[in-house]
Design a protein around this ligand. Structure first.
Ligand SMILES: Nc1ncnc2c1ncn2[C@@H]1O[C@H](COP(=O)(O)OP(=O)(O)O)[C@@H](O)[C@H]1O
Ligand SMILES: [Mg+2]
Length: 356
């Protein structure tokens, strides 16, 4: 079946804040959400009708889950090989398991995008200390060693400033399969957020300027300014090529550096993305709603900006304890994810402001 009417059950792998915001959008459209996650509850609990607690490597439990829902999507991409097979057997996964396989692996996604003509930082596969030394000899320093899998928010990566750092870096990432990337000189970072419908219709949201602090997204701002704006068209063309090559259905995010020669592709996420949270209030249709529409085979909503400007700021760790002060300004839209412990580096919520 290609489309699933309101009333259907949407399965989501992952029970974090992305699942929570997808659940809210699904509920608005008359769908019920069934979460599959390793924990007993999580941020998505408040926005889902059903919850299955199970490991991401439990193929049997995943098959049972997949069979119990009408269509399946994910907000978390670190699902292992056997589990992927269980999912692909169900035939209802959107975006496809192939998209997930590529985007969950830095080496695969870099190669995939480079093969489609995308500009990337110089990179090399690293599976051993010898590989790393050889890669450093060609790429030079500064460079970044990143694990192929499981990295997020700057985790699973280490910077090298000298070839003599090789051993320490290899051990710091746990000797896991990785890539070494040359350091890109850039002024700004941005993302391309798109949604592709079941019928191939592609829509882009405006691209925000993204600022990271300690490897974690801090703010996303629109309009992004002249440097980024001049590069958005080329970056979009590449993102559309990727979406079409993957026969992608749903929201796809590509992160770029605004380099001296043009946009440099950094990484992609086969899902809704933190740099698109501003779309809840700042766009006619949010990334969450359009993702639900796409995976359910409904027509897509307008992605246009509804204000002159938008700023989204993440609330990390104890930032979230300031919610009362945030609410004193009536222009602030506060989102809290319902996480109990405000641990350092943890995404607890975000605040969006529109410039009318
Ligand atoms: N090759 C690079 N050159 C310069 N800065 C980089 C490079 N790779 C990553 N960074 C910086 O580190 C941040 C996090 O890296 P990224 O690859 O996006 O990993 P994550 O999965 O943690 O988001 C980037 O947004 C950017 O600020
Ligand atoms: Mg990133």
């Amino acid at each position: 079946m290609s489309s699933f009417p309101p009333g259907s059950v949407i399965g989501i792998l992952g029970g974090g804040q992305l699942g929570r915001m997808l659940g809210v959008a699904a509920a608005q459209l008359g769908y019920a959400v069934h979460i599959y996650a390793p924990e007993a509850n999580g941020p998505a609990s408040d926005a889902s009708r059903f919850w299955t607690q199970g490991r991401y490597d439990d193929g049997d439990a995943l098959s049972t889950f997949a069979a119990s829902v009408d269509v399946l999507t994910y907000e978390f991409e670190n699902v292992d090989g056997r589990a992927m097979q269980a999912l692909s057997g169900s035939g209802l996964v959107r975006p496809s398991v192939d998209a997930l396989r590529i985007a969950q692996d830095r080496l695969k996604e870099k190669n995939y995008v480079a093969d489609l003509g995308g500009r990337t930082a110089p990179f090399a596969a690293v599976d051993s200390l010898d590989d790393l030394k050889a890669a450093l000899a060609t790429i030079g320093t500064p460079a970044i060693l990143k694990t192929n899998r499981f990295g997020y928010d700057g985790k699973g990566q280490v910077r090298l400033y000298d070839a003599a750092d090789a051993e320490a870096a290899w051990s710091a990432i746990g000797e896991a399969p990785a890539i070494l990337e040359g350091f890109v000189q850039f002024d700004q970072e941005f993302s391309v957020l798109l949604v592709r419908g079941f019928d191939g219709d592609i829509r882009f949201w405006d691209s925000p300027a993204n600022v990271h602090v300690d490897g974690i997204l801090d703010t996303s701002t629109l309009p992004a300014g002249p440097v980024i704006t001049a590069q958005v068209e080329e970056a979009r063309a590449l993102a559309a090529k990727v979406a079409e090559a993957l026969d992608y259905v749903g929201v796809l995010t590509l992160e770029f550096f605004a380099g001296a020669e043009g946009p440099v592709f950094n990484e992609m996420a086969p899902r809704v993305h933190n740099s698109g949270h501003w779309t809840i209030e700042g766009a006619v249709t949010s990334q969450f709603e359009n993702h639900i529409r796409a995976v359910c085979g409904l027509p897509l909503g307008d992605t246009g900006l509804v204000a002159q400007g938008v700023t989204m700021r993440n609330l990390i760790g104890e930032d979230a304890l300031g919610w009362q002060v945030i609410l004193e300004d009536p222009a602030n839209h506060l989102h809290l994810y319902g996480k109990k412990e405000a641990r350092a580096g943890r995404k607890m919520g975000h605040v969006t402001r529109l410039e009318p």
